[in-house]
Design a protein around this ligand. Structure first.
Ligand code: NAP
Length: 300
C-alpha cells in the first residue's frame, strides 16, 4: 500500500482550522469535534472533549509529597494549578515557583481542609486567581504514629477522621457545587487520594487511618454515581507505600523501604508514579473512567 505524505503546509493549516473550531465551539458551548489533525486517521468524536485543552486544577496538600508531584506534572502540561497547604508556606511558595518555571500558572492557597470556612475560601481563591476549575485533587491527609486500637486516644482518631474524611467530603462538596453542569459548571474530574490501607486494614499501625481511607473510597463510588450526568467524573487512587516525608513525620522514616522490599516490585513507589495516575484521571485521556478505585501499589 502506498503511504500518503501530507505536505507540512497542509497539516499546519488543518491544525489551525481544528484549533479555530475548538475556540468557536467553546464560546458557543457546542460539542467539540476532535479532528486530531496531526494523524491521518481521525479519532472518534467525543462530545465536549478536546485533546489539546488546558486545565485549571486545585490540589489540596499540593505543597509537598504526592500533591506537589501532581502540581509539577500539571504545570509541565501548562495547566493552571492552585497549590493548597496547611502550615508550610515556604514549601508552597517553592512549589509555585517551580510550577511557573516549568510552564504553568500557579498560586499558593493556605487553608485547613477540615474547616468548612477554609475550604470554601480556598475554592473561592483558586477560582478568582485562575478561573473555573476543571479538576480537583483531594490529596491532603494525615496518618498517625503506629499503634493498636486498644491504645489509641479519641483525640488522635478524631484528628485523622476530621482531616481525611470530613476534609475529603467538604472538598468534594465544594468541587461538585462548582463543576456540576446543572449549577452552571463545566463538568470536570475529581481525584481522591485514598490508600492501600483501605483494603488491608493496617493492623497494628493505624486502623483508624485505614478506616478513614475506606470512607474516601466509598465517597468516590457514591459521588461518581451522583455526578456522572453532571459531567463530573470521580475516581480514587490507592497508593501503596510511597517515598514522602509523611513516614518520618510519624516516627518511621524507613517504613517505605521496609514495606517496599516486600512488595512484588521490591521497592517503594515514587511520588511521580502516583502523580502520573492523578494526571491521567484529570485528563481527557480517561474520559470513560468514573467510579474507579485504582491501586498504584507495586502489586501489594
Ligand atoms: P506529606 O508529604 O505529609 O504532605 C502532606 C501535604 O498535605 C502537605 O502539603 C501538607 O501541608 C498538607 N496538609 C496536611 N494536613 C492538611 C490540612 N488539614 N489541610 C490542608 N493541607 C494539609 O503527605 P503524602 O505522603 O504526600 O500524602 C499525600 C496523600 O497520600 C495523603 O492523603 C496520604 O494519606 C496519601 N497516601 C500516602 C502514602 C505514602 O506512603 N506517602 C500512601 C498512601 C496514601 P503542610 O506541609 O503545610 O502541613
Amino acid at each position: 500500500m502506498q503511504a500518503i505524505v501530507w505536505p507540512i503546509s497542509f497539516l499546519g493549516k488543518q491544525l489551525d482550522d481544528s484549533l479555530a473550531l475548538q475556540k468557536s465551539s467553546e464560546g458557543a458551548n457546542l460539542p467539540f469535534v476532535d479532528l486530531d489533525a496531526a494523524s491521518i486517521a481521525p479519532r472518534r468524536v467525543v462530545p465536549g472533549l478536546s485533546s489539546v485543552m488546558s486545565k485549571t486544577i486545585l490540589v489540596t496538600g499540593g505543597s509537598r509529597g504526592i500533591g506537589r508531584a501532581a502540581c509539577m506534572l500539571a504545570a509541565e502540561r501548562h495547566w493552571s494549578v492552585g497549590v493548597n497547604y496547611l502550615k508550610d508556606r515556604a514549601a508552597a511558595e517553592s512549589a509555585v515557583a517551580v510550577a511557573e518555571r516549568v510552564g504553568g500558572k500557579a498560586v499558593a492557597i493556605a487553608g485547613d481542609v477540615s474547616r468548612e470556612s477554609d475550604v470554601i475560601a480556598m475554592f473561592d481563591a483558586a477560582t478568582s486567581a485562575l478561573g473555573p476549575l476543571d479538576g480537583v485533587v483531594i490529596n491532603a491527609g494525615v496518618a498517625a504514629t503506629a499503634s493498636r486500637l486498644v491504645d489509641m486516644s479519641a483525640e488522635r482518631m478524631r484528628h485523622v477522621f476530621e482531616v481525611n474524611v470530613l476534609g475529603a467530603y467538604l472538598c468534594a462538596r465544594e468541587a461538585a457545587r462548582r463543576m456540576c453542569r446543572s449549577r452552571d459548571g463545566n463538568g470536570g474530574s475529581i481525584v481522591l487520594i485514598s490508600s492501600v490501607a483501605a483494603r488491608i486494614g493496617a493492623p497494628d499501625v493505624y486502623v483508624d487511618y485505614a478506616g478513614s481511607k475506606a470512607a474516601v473510597d466509598a465517597l468516590a463510588l457514591g459521588l461518581s454515581k451522583e455526578l456522572g450526568r453532571e459531567g463530573v467524573r470521580v475516581n480514587s487512587i490507592r497508593p501503596g507505600v510511597i517515598e514522602t516525608e509523611i513516614h518520618a513525620a510519624y516516627g518511621d522514616p524507613d517504613r517505605p523501604y521496609k514495606i517496599g522490599a516486600s512488595t512484588p516490585l521490591g521497592r517503594p513507589g515514587t511520588v511521580n508514579e502516583i502523580a502520573e495516575a492523578i494526571i491521567w484521571l484529570l485528563s481527557d485521556a480517561s474520559s470513560y473512567v468514573t467510579g474507579a478505585i485504582i491501586d498504584v501499589t507495586g502489586g501489594r
